[in-house]
Design a protein around this ligand. Structure first.
Ligand SMILES: Cc1cc2nc3c(=O)[nH]c(=O)nc-3n(C[C@H](O)[C@H](O)[C@H](O)COP(=O)(O)OP(=O)(O)OC[C@H]3O[C@@H](n4cnc5c(N)ncnc54)[C@H](O)[C@@H]3O)c2cc1C
Length: 405
């Protein structure tokens, strides 16, 4: 049998229809694999929040033929700026030196739910009944040369490979590698989207902004849904007490306003006018040294949940998905070998990103940012063209569609 005939026969079972499970499902189906995805939620969950996709993630979306679909939901920034928390004064991050960077710093700014919809449509276009909603998995195992995803009621689905794309609390990860205790990072996150028509005119500027202060920072950027524009914001604040590690945990406006006392009114207006307010604790887990065991492997937050400070969670997840498909395609007759190849290709990069992302907290939250005399020299240094290049170029230059595997 030829490799391409084997590819067509390989059946991949995926736990979780989040951004990783759907990217992986779409890529596999396009390459001729069979796929079934089991998702615990009864339908695609609407998480009201924005996401930005950087060049390394966009290369994967382009390879899936989703460039036009992404352009249709994108609201691109004209510039990326760092702003002082009290006054809102700003400095451009990328446009200060045209030759500063060789990497492509383009950002695609989308609503998470819109991105999920596009990926879902790419999956069901090829296999209409690929996604099974309302099915919660509890673990996975390799039995007699086959892979099984086990469900809550004790039944299972069997295939050639099982991939846990079931997020930070992954049951698949737990079942193959045991519990991975989460440590609180000392910061809470607030998220929301505020309809543009409720905000002051300055919010309409097409900027991706990071507001920095001594104990908190806020990233804001415009996004759109069906022509309606919003400002998406994500605010991280130092806090001794922590919230649950769950993106759908609701937060209360008075608590947000207390956390951001003294901040510029533009930031407070985002909280006040937000359609929804989510608040959760930011946790980290020790990096994994292996992602695969037998015929079971992991993708995305399941194997490298990270802090959001480099905006890389979903971009890394897309990279994982595409590299995994290429590994399976390369040796479809040797699944376990393909998974070893996948581990070798991905783990070091993902763990480095996770570590670098956590380090950013010390840069974003600094006592130097308390007043403008010390803040501006600090900002000039930390966001100098060279600092930005060192921080991002290695991340953005990676091409999951061609990287050696
Ligand atoms: C509000 C927000 C904004 C973000 N912004 C950015 C950004 O700008 N840039 C960036 O790169 N990253 C960002 N991230 C991170 C990014 O969203 C995640 O890294 C990414 O979603 C990971 O994809 P995933 O498929 O691993 O997990 P998820 O997208 O979380 O999907 C996991 C899926 O598995 C399902 N599931 C869980 N347990 C089970 C089970 N037992 N059985 C069956 N199904 C299960 C869940 O319901 C869910 O659908 C953001 C995250 C959040 C929450």
């Amino acid at each position: 049998m030829t490799d391409s005939q084997q590819t067509k026969r390989l059946h991949v079972i995926i736990a979780g229809a989040g951004l990783g499970g759907l990217t992986l499902g779409a890529a596999l189906l396009q390459k001729g694999f069979d796929v079934d995805i089991y998702e615990q939620s009864p339908e695609l969950r609407e998480v009201g929040a924005g996401l930005w996709i950087s060049a390394n993630g966009s290369r994967v979306m382009d390879a899936l033929g989703l460039k036009d679909a992404m352009e249709a939901i994108n609201l691109p920034p004209h510039d990326r700026v760092v702003r002082f928390w009290k006054s809102g004064e700003q400095r451009s991050v990328y446009n200060r030196d045209a030759n500063a960077s060789k990497a492509d710093h383009t950002l695609v700014q989308v609503l998470r739910a819109e991105l999920q919809r596009i990926l879902y449509e790419a999956v069901v276009k090829i296999k209409p009944d690929a996604v099974h909603f309302g099915v919660r998995s509890t673990g996975a195992r390799t039995v007699g040369g086959r892979a099984q995803l086990i469900f809550e009621d004790g039944s299972h689905a069997e295939g050639d490979v099982v991939v846990g794309c079931d997020g930070a609390h992954s049951r698949v990860r737990q079942s193959i590698f045991g519990p991975a205790p989460a440590r609180y990072t000392g910061a809470n996150a607030w998220r929301g989207i505020a309809p543009m028509h409720k905000l002051k005119p300055q919010h309409r500027e097409p900027l991706a902004s990071t507001w920095v202060g001594p104990t908190a920072h806020v990233t804001t950027y415009p996004v759109q849904r069906d022509g309606e524009e919003f400002v998406s914001f994500s605010a991280q604040v130092d806090s001794e007490t922590w919230q649950t590690e769950s993106w759908s945990e609701r937060g209360e406006l008075p608590d947000a306003l207390k956390d951001f006392e003294g901040w510029h009114q533009d930031i407070l207006d985002l909280f006040i006018n937000s359609e929804n307010l989510f608040r959760w604790g930011l946790f980290v887990r020790d990096p994994l040294e292996r992602w695969s065991e037998g015929r079971v492997t992991l993708v995305g937050d399941a194997c490298h949940s990270m802090t959001p400070y480099l905006g890389m969670g979903v971009n890394m997840t897309m990279e994982d998905a595409y590299v995994l498909v290429r590994c399976l395609e390369k040796t479809p007759g040797d699944v376990e070998g393909a998974l070893k190849r996948y581990d070798a290709a991905r783990i070091e990069r993902a763990n480095r990103t996770k570590a670098k992302s956590l380090e950013m907290l010390r840069i974003f939250h600094s006592s130097e940012l308390a007043n403008s005399e010390s803040a501006w020299p600090y900002i000039e240094k930390q966001w100098s063209p060279q600092a930005v290049r060192e921080r991002y170029d290695w991340l953005l230059a990676y091409d999951a569609t061609t990287v050696e595997i």
